[in-house]
Design a protein around this ligand. Structure first.
Ligand code: A2H
Length: 274
């Protein structure tokens, strides 16, 4: 961890629980494949969630890119919890993040935590979500290899047009869906990504251009991905112009705080530091 404080925007992606098919516990043992969201629709969890909306909460440094969300990533082996955020909301994130959030006053009484359930990333793969500002009504939770348990919330919202990591992971998932255990309908309708930011040197799909320029082939090309990430970040932040949404035509630097404020005012985001 660095010395400074990193200021993230926490983004709330609502879990579309009604879209999941609840399978009674007895019949679950007989079915060959565990149904998507089986853990979330288990009797105990549904009872604990009664009267509450459930959100996956992602930490991002680029709230102005939320128009380009196509999915959300989790690490399949990471541990997550469902935490009571208020009387009407429960949030999914790592325990480490939940503790930080509680101390930052996001859960009501500072330092107090109420955990409603524990699950692993794999239990979330395929779960449908409503992502704020996204151009799709419904996006899906997908697996990513590099998700760190020690950063943010352990949930990464994905913007393949402007994040080389997100783009290459989506490409891997679409090329090797069987290997990654994902359904094509969770990936293919969202690719290739749609432009949201114009840049002078990398065009309007900066992440795609950088991945091509640096000849990055998969998530395994970690060193080149770090370079691509830095190049695209600088280009988007200092020279990017928004192509969509309420702040269309504005430079990214100007639009970023406005979009963050708007999301917070709508109850769709929050400040999160670590
Ligand atoms: B960013 P920093 Cl469009 N593990 O959001 C791995 N990566 C994580 C993470 C975790 N636990 N938590 C957050 N992140 C990602 C958008 C984005 C991001 C774009 C472009 C660049 C970019 C959409 N994904 O980040 O180490 C999140 O991805 C490049 C810096 O704190 C978050 O912002 O600097 C960023 O990494 C935080 O990285």
């Amino acid at each position: 961890e660095g010395v400074g404080v990193q200021e993230y925007t926490g983004i709330k992606l609502e879990v579309l629980l009604d879209e999941l098919i609840a399978v009674p516990l007895e019949s679950r043992e007989k079915v060959k494949h565990v149904p998507v969201g089986a853990y979330l629709t288990s009797f105990d969890i549904l009872a604990a969630l009664k009267g509450k909306r459930l959100y996956m909460v992602a930490a991002t440094l680029r709230p102005e890119t939320m128009y380009g969300q196509t999915n959300c990533f989790v690490g399949v082996d990471l541990e997550y919890g469902i935490y009571q955020a208020s009387a009407t909301e429960a949030w999914i994130c790592t325990e480490r993040a939940a503790k930080n959030m509680s101390f930052q006053g996001l859960f009501g009484t500072r330092g107090e935590i109420s955990k409603l359930g524990s699950l692993r990333g794999i239990d979330l793969v395929g779960v449908p979500l409503k992502a704020p500002l996204a151009q799709y009504q419904k996006v899906y939770t997908l697996p990513m290899e590099g998700v760190l348990a020690t950063k943010g919330t352990g949930v990464v919202t994905s913007v393949p047009s402007d994040s080389p990591d997100d783009f290459i992971t989506m490409q891997d998932l679409s090329k090797k869906s069987a290997y990654y255990n994902v359904q094509l309908k969770w990936v293919e309708p969202f690719m290739p990504p749609k432009p949201i930011i114009q840049t002078p040197n990398f065009g309007n799909l900066a992440a795609v251009a950088a991945v091509e320029q640096l000849n990055i082939k998969s998530q395994k090309d970690k060193i080149q991905l770090v370079s691509a990430k830095e190049l695209v970040y600088k280009e988007g932040f200092y020279s990017g112009v928004l192509l969509v949404g309420q702040f269309k035509g504005k430079p990214v630097q100007e639009a970023k705080p406005l979009i963050k404020e708007h999301l917070i005012a709508e109850g769709l985001a929050f400040n999160y530091c670590e």
